[in-house]
Design a protein around this ligand. Sequence first.
Ligand code: PDD
Length: 282
Amino acid sequence: MTKVLINEQLVEEQDAKVPYNDRGYVFGDGIYEYIRIYDNYMFTAKPHFERLVRSAGEIGLNLKYSVDGFIELVQELIDANGIINGGVYIQVTRGAAPRDHAFPEESTEANVMAFTKSYDRPYKKLEEGISAVTTEDIRWLRCDIKSLNLLGNVLAKEYAAKNNAGEAIQHREDIVTEGSSSNVYAIKDGEIYTHPVNNYILNGITRKVIKSIAEQYEIEFNEEVFTLDFLKNADEVIVSSTSVEVMPVVKLNDKPVGDGEVGSITKKLQEGFTKYIAEDRK
Ligand code: PDD
């Protein structure tokens, strides 16, 4: 039987209920994380929970757990569900209260919820690559906060799905920001280019891992804005996230990226990523 974490309780899935006036449900007033599980172990757990703590701080939400407290609580759920490979979704809302846009009374308790999912690494796609389409970035100006408000991202991903693509790469005017649920990289003449960390993108944990692998392999990692044209003329394009890892984009708006094959820099980063998974466990 599958368990869901509701505050500090592990409850059966069918008993996991959310109050009708929870602010996450009514306003999208909350934050979340999605963490990968490899071999029953939460990959890069600390940076994920640190980002959750940061997101909470940015929206003035009081968290009652420390990073270590969260890790312990969520690992219990993973063990209870016997997850070997998969992911865990964790969200915290500002709690249940009468509907009013302004924050509720201080005494309102945040609501924590987490559930797991079991699945393997996307080996076939990692080897063959995916296609992507470009679309205008219509989201708010605090994309650095991993907030529950994902309507812009949802619409972008749906646009990709409608166009038989795996990801939608967003741009503000001419500047490429990030994917609907991933960070984006253009590779040109052996160097990696990606949007700098600021309010226009989520500071991806996978992006951090890729940066450290690039440094290790002495591949130039340029945190600079780049244009749609630059993306379209790149030798290789990658999107990265907790779920898709280092994912090659071999087709963009129905045109091949570079020679249409997974490129050599991408392959090196993928190799480094697999090693990093083993290292992170130690
Ligand atoms: N999303 N940018 C956006 C908008 C994202 O939603 C994500 C991840 C990323 C990559 O972040 P990370 O490497 O820390 O996963 C970038 C997760 C996977 C999700 O929403 O499920």
